[in-house]
Write a protein that binds this ligand. Sequence first.
Ligand SMILES: *[C@@H]1O[C@H](CO)[C@@H](O)[C@H](O)[C@H]1NC(C)=O
Ligand SMILES: *[C@@H]1O[C@H](CO)[C@@H](O)[C@H](O)[C@H]1NC(C)=O
Ligand SMILES: *[C@@H]1O[C@H](CO)[C@@H](O)[C@H](O)[C@H]1NC(C)=O
Length: 933
Amino acid sequence: MVPSSLKDEPQCHKAVFLKLFNFSLGVMIIGMVLTLFPGFASTATPGFPLEAENGNAEKAAETLLKWKSTLDNQSRPLLSSWQGENACSSNWTGITCDLPGVVTSLNLSNMGLRGMLGALNFTALPHLVSLDLSNNSFRGPVPQEVGKLRSLIRLNLYGNNLNGFIPTSIGNLSNLENLCLAANGLSGPIPQEVGDLRGLTILALSRNSLNGSIPTSVGNLVNLTVLLLHFNNLSGFVPRELNNLTRLVQFTLAQNELTGKLPENVCLGGSLEVFTAFDNRLNGPIPKSLRNCSSLVRVWLQGNRLSGNITEDFGVYPKLKFIDLSLNRLSGKLSWTWGLCSSLESLRVSQNVIFGEIPPMIGNMTQLRVLDLSSNYITGGIPHELGRLFLLIELSLYGNNISGDIPLEIGLFSSLAKLNLASNSLSGPIPAQLGQCRKLWYLNLSRNVIQGSIPSEVGNIQFLQILDLSSNFLEGKLAQDLGKLTALADLNLSHNGFFGSIPHSFYDMLGLVSVDISYNDLEGPLPDIKAFRMAPYAAIQNNKDVCGVVAGLRACTSSSSKKTNRERGKKLVVRITLSVTSTSFLIVVLVGIVLLAGKRCKNKKCNLTELSTGDPFVVWSYDGKLVYRLIVEATEAFHPKYRIGEGGFGAVYKAELSPDRVLAVKKLHSLEDGEVVGVTSLQREVKCLANICHRNIVKLYGYCLHPKHSFLVYEFLERGSLRRILKDDEAAMELHWVRRVDVLKGVANALSYMHHDCFPSWIHRDMTSNNVLLDADYEAHVSDFGIARLLKPDSSNWTSLAGTLGYIAPELAYLPVVTEKCDVYGFGVIAMEVIMGKHPGDLISISGPSSSSLAKIGSDFLLQDVLDRRLSPPMGRDAEDVVSIAKLALGCLQVDPRRRPSMKGVSLLLPVQVPLAKPFSEITLGELNSFGC
Ligand SMILES: *[C@@H]1O[C@H](CO)[C@@H](O)[C@H](O)[C@H]1NC(C)=O
Ligand SMILES: *[C@@H]1O[C@H](CO)[C@@H](O)[C@H](O)[C@H]1NC(C)=O
Ligand SMILES: *[C@@H]1O[C@H](CO)[C@@H](O)[C@H](O)[C@H]1NC(C)=O
């Protein structure tokens, strides 16, 4: 029996337990109380008769041990300190006891524990004040009996895999101040009983699948400073009662199905900093209290149906950094007072009903990086004052009625990555100064009334990927310099008055994917490059007289185009032809040292000396024919059922020669045309590679060249490629944060070794998640080192030039010189892929080559929002690791190869844990990016 709870002892309750955020303080105070009043423990606390409480500790121990036994194999050893009969007597991990024998705190956060939460018998721990199991993998529902923990002040189950409903009994926890159930799989409604928790200051239920409406009783929680409800499936009206919550600092409703109005008084108390309600179906006006809410830092209300007059509804916000009001129904004019928001970095108000001119005062927001006013009814010119926004990365004004010239100040935007002025009434010429925007990757001036020719300076925008100048009044000959835009992927020059022939320099646009030159006056041969060959007739039609490669066009009479191409090919490509005559049965096999399992790898310098044949571990010696036969037999001549993956240069097969000798065999498909590097060179290089012995590099045993089947023979790694693991939900969840960090450390070590510790040094040239393989212990091994060079010396094929699309360093688009820094870039992509759980495709291509390829436009993304959702958000050390990785990755993705760190630098920095300067949940990609590495 527990005669009376802690609550009945006022001194205890107030002095000790209210400040549970600093629990140790509580313990200290108890200690002091006991020192000052020696009789206190036995007489003044009727709730803690000592003899009864030892029984309590035993009961607690029994309960905890029972729970431990239900946890999985990997979890139990983490709680090895849990033994004996008294949970308070020794150093039980995560257990704090106050008065002898009373377990008051159970803190097992961030331990990677797995098991059922419901298997813990809460009734045996009646005096718990703090229960923190955050960031583990506990499953099952939150049991009703949690409501019996009447002393609980802090309940944190954040970041587990809990499901089921939130128990209504939670309303009994009348001392609760901090309730965090976020980032689980909880469903069902938010129980009305939550409103009984009058002492709550933090209520975090975000990132679950909660549905139903927000109970009106939440309005009782007048002490709330943090109310997080985002990323659920909540519907119905936002209760008017939330107007009572005047102490809110963070209030999030984003990504639900909420309707109706936002509460008017969200910022009545003047402390609101973060307010997000984007992607709901809210309508009605902008809350009145927001107008004078000078504490605001981040406001995201985009994607609703909010109405109101933007001129009147917003005020001056000295701390505001990000505001997005896009896709609503706001009307009125942009007020000049935005110019007073001196911290603002991103202002997005696209797709509303905004009239009037762009106020020149906007030029005063000197921290501005993103200005998006697209799809409104804005008139007037682009003010010259905008030229003061030196930091601008994105300027989107498309779909308005803006007129006048494009101001020459545009050349001052040295960081500009994306410029979209399409569908306006802009006239005048394209300013030559645009050529100074060297970081631009997206340029769209289509559907205006722009005149003149394309200034040759545009050819200087070396990273430009998308250029749309269609539907203007441009004319003249296309400048030779446009051919310098070798990074270009989309080019639309249609519906203008260009004439003359297409300059030869266009042959260099090997990355071009889509081209449209229709409705001009062009003539002569089309460049024989892929984009033109693949172009539909519609993209070429209505010109004066073009000929050549496009279906439906007449062939050119002179073969000038083809000749040029061929000459060029000869010049660029050094081909050493290997004559693999079909009759010769050529096997050049096997540098093959198969290291028997258990033989320790020693790091060796890579050199070109012959392998020692006296090595006791040589199993195959040089009997290549035998090995060739064994492998072909084991794979039934490369039957698809043995196929385990697809590498850069061919499919990979599993060849099980015997139960303890399993190999990975990469069958090459690029040898048919006979264009590989000379055979002796291949031999030499493979020998050299086979000599490399590093725990993070896949061992290459040898190779077979044969007219029928040519292949490379590798060590077999049980878990396959990183890409495959990340694609498979289950496998990806096994790859928890700690493992992910270790994988990247392994990859960095491998690259660092090959770049810096090996002589001659090796460049991988094709770093992708496909080439990172994991063994049974999740240790990373990089495969295919240098194979790209061996097998693809021919650089005429742009995409295979070096690497795989999506991982290719941007400089390779214009300068086919592969350096170590290309591998560093590939590593950056892989690092992002590992923390995001998928290729960062969008994030990289959205921002394109600005100073860092990543995160410029995505700079207002929160880091936590791009992380792999299949894992619980990282906490503690994991969070520190993830932040350092993201920071390093962004540094590695710098467009300028010189600014990327070396792999040595990365491998030294990766294990360093830097304490977070601010809460993890507030870190944006933009901030990380500014550090570089
Ligand atoms: C969200 O709720 C709606 C009904 O309100 C339901 O149709 C939908 O399936 C739910 N979505 C999820 C992801 O639970
Ligand atoms: C918005 O407010 C301004 C300033 O009070 C006013 O001049 C304007 O007419 C209003 N616009 C609309 C569309 O109501
Ligand atoms: C090029 O621009 C024109 C007019 O703006 C458009 O109709 C056409 O679809 C565009 N072509 C391509 C390939 O996108």
